[in-house]
Design a protein around this ligand. Structure first.
Ligand code: AMP
Length: 290
């Protein structure tokens, strides 16, 4: 980095709360010749989030992480109030990881006054989580649009863990000609295969032991359909095994085209095995390549 008289540029994590401060801080790095990588999160950070920060660092970007539990992407009966929040812990993790800017705005800073504008991505939101969480992807697309326009990064990093979300964001950026590269990063897992998630802490030890079965069954489906099995048959068998293993409900477990997210019966090109399941009060989502 070019040397500068601005201490923010030299080291450490700048905590910014307002859009004006975010723009000012990002602009200082840009002036010093740096590129910027945005990592949007809802906080309660774990290794999965940190891998996105590392993705930005590996590309030479100044990492900017946003922490905002976005109310508009939660349904009325969802866990907005209970969603884990640990701002100081998050800041410490980000500092350790080499993140340089954290944007942690208030709700009023994100949504000043009445909001009459939203972003809706159709088609790829018709299936999977779309109908199960009405309004969710509109909330996500709108808040991500706002964060992108606030930070104006070169790139933004999203996890494949939320695969439908990643496709929605990619499509939005393409359709609206937004000048940002969207980078999808692999899912970070616990030692037993469970995808890391801020919501994993909702599980009690018994549920946590059951939860490992999801990754195992996703792999069983992927192996079967790659070998030519019918997707319907393979997912039906896996759903049965999950319910027998202690899961309470399978919201969906299906094989879809990796880009359009259309359901497949036979796999011949890029595909994902993708699932949403319920275990006690926890809703788990996961997916892998088929
Ligand atoms: P969230 O805080 O849950 O909104 O997630 C913020 C970002 O982190 C999203 O792009 C997620 O896809 C990503 N993410 C969440 N969990 C993981 C994980 N286990 N591995 C990789 N990325 C993840």
């Amino acid at each position: 980095m070019k040397s500068s008289n601005d201490p923010t540029l030299e080291q450490g994590l700048a905590v910014v709360r307002t859009v004006a401060d975010l723009r000012r801080t990002v602009a200082a790095f840009r002036k010093a010749g740096r590129t910027v990588g945005l990592v949007p999160t809802m906080g309660a950070l774990h290794e999965g989030h940190i891998s996105l920060v590392k993705g930005a660092l590996e590309r030479g970007d100044i990492p900017v992480t946003s922490i905002f539990v976005n109310p508009t992407q939660f349904g009325p009966n969802e866990d907005f109030a209970a969603y884990p929040r640990d701002e100081q812990g998050d800041f410490d993790k980000l500092r350790d990881a080499g993140c340089r800017i954290v944007f942690a705005p208030s709700k009023d800073e994100m949504y000043p006054g009445q909001q009459l504008t939203t972003v809706t991505v159709t088609g790829i939101t018709d299936g999977l989580c779309g109908p199960l969480r009405p309004g969710h992807f509109q909330g996500v697309a709108t808040v991500v649009s706002k964060l992108l326009l606030m930070a104006m990064p070169d790139r933004a990093f999203f996890g494949e863990k939320d695969y439908q979300q990643l496709q929605v964001i990619k499509r939005m950026v393409r359709d609206l000609s937004m000048p940002f590269e969207i980078v999808g990063m692999p899912t970070v897992r616990e030692a037993d295969g469970l995808a890391m998630s801020s919501r994993n802490r909702y599980m009690n030890p018994t549920e946590r032991a059951v939860a490992t079965g999801l990754y195992r069954e996703l792999n069983a489906v992927a192996k079967a359909v790659r070998a030519g099995a019918s997707c319907t048959a393979a997912t039906a068998e896996a759903s049965k095994a999950l319910l027998a293993g202690g899961f309470d409900k399978i919201e969906y477990l299906t094989v879809v085209d990796a880009e359009s997210l259309e359901p497949l019966e036979k796999v011949s090109g890029p595909a994902r095995v993708i699932a949403a399941v319920r275990l006690g009060r926890t809703r788990l989502i996961d997916n892998i390549a088929a």
